[in-house]
Design a binder for this molecule. Structure first.
Ligand code: UTP
Length: 288
């Protein structure tokens, strides 16, 4: 297995979700019954990743607590004979999964957050998952990407078609098609205006990167919004290495925005084995 480490940048300020994110991390917002970060960690685990590296900041303690063993809770559930709930609680951190935390002292941008994981990643390829992009896919999106990486051994960016008026929200790639799902990336720009966008393929919050990207991020000037951008590091990497964009199979919910978060809750609640049927009936009963 080649990709065994993943970086979860969770040090952002989450301003689009204020006031909910004033004193708690947006990655702990629950979609139905699980915090966003747990969906992302489960996706990485399913893809074979075992070392989870969280780049945290102020107010992010609840994330660390979530992946710790909660001894008193487990004892209480055991004594109450609540086996099912005990299983749910224990499954949050399987025994063969390691959680490591590194601080980003100042939110200087996504590229800078990824750079904070450099010493822990070393000279290995690694995944990056942005937990506020909740991905639903079968097989899980990161697993699809790991399969591509194993075949091609180059950095892989998850992309999707985005509406022309939304290019300003994404890193946008240009490339030459290799097959139905893969492009050989020739350029990438962060948050372009629609008239400057080289395509409508926007990067979603899933990446597999080669360690060469660290050097490129470290030597970049600040980019859009005065932040150290991951996109600029990838654009520089392109001059030395191949980078592929992969049109993943699945659906993405932008849970960093209130609309996307609400949509994710409705979609996942409808799919939920226990809650689904009742929730569907409730929605049907609404006179809207
Ligand atoms: P966003 O662009 O969504 O920024 O970051 P944000 O601060 O979290 O949210 P808004 O835009 O203010 O509402 C994308 C990802 O990068 C992480 C965030 O936690 C998020 O997962 N990030 C961003 C960092 O870890 N550090 C940073 O300096 C910036």
């Amino acid at each position: 297995m080649l990709v065994t480490r993943a970086i979860f940048p969770v040090a952002g300020l989450g301003t689009r979700f204020l006031p909910a994110t004033k004193a708690q991390p947006k990655e702990m917002l629950p979609v139905v019954d699980k915090p966003l970060i747990q969906y992302a960690v489960e996706e990485a685990y399913a893809a074979g990743v075992r070392q989870m590296i969280f780049v945290t900041g102020r107010h992010k303690r609840p994330i660390e607590d979530h992946f710790d063993m909660t001894f008193e809770l487990e004892v209480a559930l055991e004594q109450a004979g609540k086996e099912e709930l005990l299983k749910v609680v224990r499954s949050v951190k399987p025994d063969d999964m390691e959680c490591i935390y590194v601080r980003q002292a100042q939110a200087l941008g996504l590229g800078h957050a990824v750079l904070c994981g450099q010493r822990l990643v070393g000279d290995n390829p690694f995944a990056v998952l942005l937990a506020d992009d909740l991905m639903v896919g079968e097989p899980p999106v990161m697993q699809q990407m790991v399969e591509q990486f194993e075949e091609w051994r180059v950095s892989i960016l998850a992309v999707q078609e985005v509406p022309a008026e939304q290019t300003r929200r994404y890193g946008i790639v240009a490339g030459t098609p290799i097959n139905e799902r893969l492009l050989d990336v020739t350029g990438i720009v962060e948050k372009p205006a629609p008239e400057d966008a080289p395509s409508r393929l926007g990067v979603a919050g899933r990446y597999i990167l080669t360690p060469g990207v660290f050097h490129e991020i470290a030597t970049q000037q600040r980019g859009v919004g005065g932040e150290i951008q991951l996109t600029d590091g990838i654009a520089a990497l392109l001059r030395r290495e191949k980078v592929f964009a992969y049109r993943y199979e699945g659906k993405r919910f932008d849970c960093g925005s209130k609309e996307g978060f609400l949509e994710a809750n409705v979609a996942l609640a409808l799919e939920h084995p226990q809650l689904g049927p009742g929730f569907r009936a409730y929605l049907k009963s609404l006179d809207i």
